[in-house]
Design a binder for this molecule. Structure first.
Ligand SMILES: [Zn+2]
Ligand SMILES: [Zn+2]
Length: 262
């Protein structure tokens, strides 16, 4: 009986959704302007996505100062290279890009395919790479119900035709929120917080991995994850995020066009 009744709520949900679409046409996910299809951006928001100006540091993805520069690494990466081979994000963490990240985190899982498509446009994924999301601690996962990085990694893996393996890395202890912390405090906050489960070491050994997260801030979390994967024998670890925090004080050559937050 229950089995016979099970499809009904789904059909009802679809009918309700179609009905609501007539009453309330799809809205831009960032500014709520009417758009043709659900879970997309309007032309205005799309045009104001804060694309990072190239060339980017090949180590951490931060915009480099001079177009004609011979250097391919930023001063920070030259001074102390990250353990990951590269980090790349299409957007600065501001304007409509920031809105998308915040919506994804607050339950907008339908945004993951759009964000994954935009991430892929930033550059191809390394050949043969397996995608691994930055893990949440299981308590946080229980509380929130999902991991926004895993939603992005799964969508990116589907879009690009790469394997997605969230089981390769776990967070071994809950880490306090790092908002407001500086670079060194963030690094201490996540040190030794990640590990490869013993059962997964065979799959990590020799593998080319792409770590996926929503935002790269100082790179401390990505570095701690990469360290754990490399310690377990990964051949190389790259990082792909949807957005990247750009510290204007540290990159005075940048004059990003400030879009009003939408
Ligand atoms: Zn919009
Ligand atoms: Zn760099």
């Amino acid at each position: 009986m229950a089995a016979m009744l099970a499809p009904v709520p789904r059909a009802l949900k679809a009918a309700t959704s179609a009905f609501l679409d007539v009453l309330m046409p799809p809205a831009c996910v960032a500014c709520k302007a009417p758009v043709a299809t659900p879970n997309g951006l309007c032309a205005g928001c799309f045009a104001t996505l804060p694309a990072l100006p190239h060339p980017l540091c090949t180590g951490c993805g931060v915009p480099l100062p001079v177009r004609a520069a011979v250097e391919t690494l930023c001063p920070d990466c030259r001074a102390a290279p990250f353990p990951f081979a590269s980090a790349l994000a299409p957007f600065a963490y501001s304007g409509p890009a920031q809105t998308l990240v915040l919506r994804l985190k607050s339950g907008g899982d339908a945004l993951a395919p759009l964000m994954a498509r935009l991430m892929r446009q930033a550059g191809p994924l390394p050949a043969g790479a397996t995608l691994v999301p930055v893990p949440l601690h299981r308590w946080r996962l229980l509380k929130r119900g999902y991991n926004q990085s895993a939603l992005l990694a799964a969508a990116l893996a589907r879009h690009a035709g790469h394997p997605h393996a969230p089981e390769l890395l776990v967070r071994t202890r809950p880490t306090p929120p790092s908002r407001g912390l500086g670079r060194e405090a963030r690094a201490a906050n996540v040190a030794d917080a990640f590990a490869v489960p013993p059962s997964q070491r065979g799959r990590v050994a020799g593998a080319t991995l792409v770590l996926v997260d929503d935002v790269l801030t100082t790179g401390a979390t990505a570095a701690a994850c990469a360290q754990a994967l490399l310690a377990a024998g990964a051949a190389t670890v790259h990082v792909r995020t949807f957005a990247r925090v750009v510290r204007e004080a540290a990159q005075p050559w940048l004059h990003p066009t400030r879009q009003g937050s939408t």
